[in-house]
Design a protein around this ligand. Structure first.
Ligand SMILES: [Zn+2]
Length: 199
């Protein structure tokens, strides 16, 4: 069955009319539905405030909580890395975007622990209060470069380059006391991907 909106194969049936949609059209469809729902939630919150105001009592009872913002930083959409605009500051978001894509690639390659290492370290670095912007940018660049190496086949990995970069990264993060635990846990996972193949 084809998608109602485009030539791709359908994966979902939506509305009571059972309209077939493909994955990307379905994703767009649900986004629109969520936006509509959010509008209703805001209106209900407003109405209950309005009632409380009219009755002259403070607003009470359950309200719809604000919805979490989608992980989209400065126009770059992130599927894996969870960081907010408020902590990103002047960090190069293009580089974070490509680190994020590499994480997706590693998951597809069946390297979940490497993907997790990169995700966790990136989030820790971006959120650290002990690192300055330059250090963060350098670390994200290193994470990106090493992640790309990790996503290439074992025989083709530039182990020495990766190790040198990882050493440098570990030196910088050693200055950040607020992320020591994360670094002690995840840098070794990362480094293990670049064990020299003994011939
Ligand atoms: Zn479609």
């Amino acid at each position: 069955m084809k998608c109602y909106q485009c030539p791709k194969p359908a994966m979902y049936l939506v509305t009571e009319k059972k309209i077939p949609l493909c994955l990307s059209c379905y994703s767009q469809f649900t986004q629109n539905m969520q936006a509509e729902l959010e509008g209703h939630e805001r209106m209900l919150n407003y109405l209950s405030d309005q009632i409380a105001f009219k009755v002259g009592v403070p607003p009470m009872g359950p309200r719809f909580p604000p919805r979490p913002k989608p992980a989209q930083i400065s126009g770059v959409k992130l599927n894996n890395i969870n960081v907010s605009n408020s902590v990103v500051g002047t960090i190069n978001t293009g580089v974070i975007g490509s680190v994020d894509q590499t994480i997706s690639a590693l998951i597809q390659l069946g390297e979940p622990s490497l993907a997790e290492a990169i995700k966790t370290l990136t989030e820790a670095v971006v959120g650290s209060g002990d690192l300055d912007q330059n250090q963060k940018n350098e670390l994200i660049e290193i994470l990106g470069a090493v992640a790309t190496e990790a996503a290439t086949p074992k025989e083709e990995r530039k182990n020495l380059v990766a190790k040198t970069l990882l050493d440098r990264a570990a030196q910088i993060t050693a200055l950040a006391n607020d992320i020591t635990d994360v670094c002690q846990k995840w840098w070794p996972v990362f480094a293990a991907a670049f064990q020299m193949v003994k011939g």
